[in-house]
Design a protein around this ligand. Structure first.
Ligand code: TPP
Length: 662
């Protein structure tokens, strides 16, 4: 039975427990994480890794006055349990439940929301600067992962910290993993820091020093003088490999000792991130520091759960699992493939026939499906780390040299690279193909991850061709078609399972800017509705058409395929023939595909009324499933039918309430 976890109803309680009790609490929290997430899933591995760190933080600091800024914030579950959300923890990522990330509106203890990587250092520095300006004394603590550190924004912030503030506490939570294994020179560098024997000796000396520290702020402040000795020693340790010359790392370095010190911050560590007393003493010491400081904490992703330790990538974030064994439900036989896998497998097929193609992922080999290419043709595959801007400009550079890069990035993460798409790709009209996964809802992740804006943000850019397949077979055709273009090409498709249609042996070349008329008017003298169903909404348009036809309407269904350029001829022709046009898209209504149709109608003087079905002008919350949100906001067959009938002045026969959003 949980004892301490039951007692602790906030950080104040935590401060009353003795060390052995805190250690027991850590065990109980681990059990709660493992059992509590088993039914609906979540970011289990990262949170198992930060149990002691989160306890130590709340033991030493006082939120909400002090500020904890978590990078990505997928690892803030323990923080949520320890602040004011223990009772609701098992609702996390579910409808009306806790959000899976830090969220300002959820609790005063969440001072900064996130979901995208690399934002924490900048945000925390902004808070520290504001604090200094207003003369208050909050501590600002930024917790960032070793992979988040590879992000460009993190470096921009590091460059700016020492000359902006004297009081800043950074905690580098180093578990050597991104979602997949962390890659790149920063990761290699951190590994050198951890494994260098001379440096480790210093770290051990520091550890002994900090464990002996007296209590009390004044005593700690005095201790900083003694610690100055370590600083000097630190500078003397180069990171060369034993027995080799100082530049033997092959990167031309001459043993610049500790990167963070070079950035003007003090560096403490690496320390064991599961050693609670050591964490507490080190944080107490850091709290009294009068210069910016980084504490390098080593943690184990998945600690306390064998399956998660064994499969860190799988347990980074997952759906339901068995809380005893970690087993996950087997895929259903004959289940439709995931869009991401269709993308990855198609990459392999296309690369086998076309030597110029290469694939790029920004730290998401599994999520985007690029792992298929990594496995089959590793020399054609690039993982650039959590670096979307870099990924796009890197692709631009490749394209100038005759390669044809395919960049696979989630729609919402690509937002970050908008200027690169504008300035580097479109302005230079370079042949780069973008596969935008998670275009649509990422239901249990919520607003940080919903990909609902890409049609709007791409429509305005010259040289763009943008498409959305109605099913996985058309995704293959679109990828194939894109490889025949010399211009920027964008393909958006949703998260999760595809439609389950067969994929042709040989892909088909699509005509750019040409829609597919799936069902035409029968001209039977009945009221005519033309349903333009984009991407996954095509299936909804088809079903709605069947229902409407059964109720005596004359209905056409169009698969637009292209959001830029839209098929002006077909759209104008059917628009004029119809009494009502309905556009359906898994995207915000504002600026989306329906808006493109309205613009065309305005130019061509088409006066047929247009009903636009899509997501409203607000951030959409998280929920357990996409279907729940679609029902709530009216992206359904029933609502499409109801809206058509309402336009034609007929009452809905179904019990569906009419949902109009704009
Ligand atoms: C801009 C952006 N790109 C990609 C992701 C997907 N993502 C979420 S967590 C993560 C890995 C984070 O690794 P690290 O910072 O080391 O934290 P850990 O999970 O290991 O604790 C990635 C790539 C994201 N959230 N934001």
């Amino acid at each position: 039975m949980s004892t301490y976890l039951e007692m602790v109803n906030g950080p104040a309680h935590l401060k009353k427990l003795a060390l052995p009790q805190l250690q027991e609490l850590a065990g109980e929290i681990r059990q709660e994480l493992i059992a509590g997430l088993a039914k609906a899933g979540g970011h289990l591995g990262p949170n198992l890794g930060v149990v002691e760190l989160s306890i130590a933080l709340h033991r030493v600091f006082n939120t909400p006055k002090d500020k904890f800024v978590w990078d990505v914030s997928h690892q803030a579950y323990v923080h949520k349990i320890l602040t004011d959300r223990k009772e609701r923890f098992r609702t996390i990522r579910q409808t009306d439940g806790l959000n899976g990330f830090a969220l300002r509106s959820e609790s005063p203890h969440d001072c900064y929301g996130a979901g995208h990587a690399g934002t924490a250092l900048s945000a925390a520095l902004g808070m520290a600067a504001a604090r200094d300006k207003r003369g208050s004394d909050e501590n600002v603590v930024c917790i960032f992962g070793d992979a988040a550190l590879t992000n460009g924004i993190s470096f921009e912030a590091l460059n700016n910290i020492a000359h902006t503030t004297k009081r800043f506490i950074g905690i580098l939570n180093d578990n050597e993993w991104s979602i997949a294994k962390n890659v790149g020179a920063v990761s290699a560098y951190l590994n050198k820091l951890i494994t260098n024997p001379r440096y480790n000796k210093l770290a051990k000396d520091f550890e002994a020093f900090v464990r002996r520290l007296p209590k009390g702020e004044l005593a700690l402040k005095l201790a900083h003088r003694a610690e100055g000795g370590f600083k000097g020693a630190l500078a003397g340790v180069g990171l060369q490999q034993a027995g080799k010359t100082e530049d033997a790392d092959g990167r031309g370095g001459y043993g610049s000792p500790v990167f963070f010190e070079e950035m003007g911050m003090r560096y403490l560590g690496p320390i064991d991130g599961h050693d609670l007393p050591l964490l507490i003493s080190t944080l107490e010491f850091a709290k009294t520091c009068d210069s910016p400081i980084v504490i390098h904490v080593l943690t184990q992703k998945g600690k306390g759960f064998d399956a998660a330790l064994k499969f860190p990538e799988k347990f980074h974030g997952l759906g339901p699992y068995n809380a005893q064994t970690g087993e996950t439900p087997a895929a259903k036989p004959n289940a439709a493939p995931m869009y991401q896998d269709v993308m990855g497998q198609t990459m392999v097929r296309l690369c086998q026939k076309n030597n110029t193609l290469v694939g790029i992922t920004a730290a998401m080999p599994t999520g985007t499906g690029m792992k298929h290419l990594e496995k089959a043709m590793p020399d054609r595959y690039y993982d650039v780390g959590i670096a979307e801007e870099h990924a796009v400009i890197f692709a631009a550079g490749m394209a100038t040299m005759g390669l044809h890069p395919v960049v696979a990035i989630y729609s919402s993460f690509l937002q970050r690279a908008y200027d690169c798409i504008h300035h580097d790709i479109c302005l230079q009209d370079l042949p780069v193909i973008f596969c935008m996964d998670r275009a649509g809802l990422s239901a249990n992740d919520g607003p940080t991850h919903h990909g609902l804006f890409d049609i709007a943000y791409l429509r305005t850019l010259p040289n763009v061709t943008a498409m959305a397949p109605k099913d996985e077979d058309e995704l293959v055709d679109m990828m194939f078609t894109a490889t025949h273009s010399n211009h920027p090409m964008f393909i958006r498709y949703p998260r999760g399972a595809a439609e389950g249609v067969p994929i042709k042996e040989e892909p088909k070349l699509l005509e750019i800017g040409k829609a597919e008329v799936i069902r035409n008017f029968s001209s039977n003298g009945k009221k005519k509705a033309a349903l333009f169903g984009l991407g996954p909404m095509c299936a909804i348009a088809r079903k709605a058409a069947e229902q409407l036809a059964a109720e005596g309407f004359d209905v056409a269904v169009i698969n637009p395929r292209f959001t830029k350029p839209i098929d002006a001829g077909t759209t104008e022709f059917l628009g004029k023939a119809a009494d009502l046009v309905v556009t359906l898209e898994d995207h915000v209504i504002m600026g989306g595909y329906g808006s493109a149709v309205l613009e065309l109608f305005s130019e061509k003087n088409v006066t047929t009324p247009v009903v636009r079905i899509g997501w409203p002008d607000q951030f959409i919350e998280h929920a357990s499933t996409q279907d729940e949100l679609r029902r709530k906001y009216g992206l359904t067959v029933e609502n499409t039918v109801a809206r058509v009938k309402a336009q034609f002045g007929e009452a809905a026969t179904t019990a569906t309430k009419l949902i109009e959003v704009a």
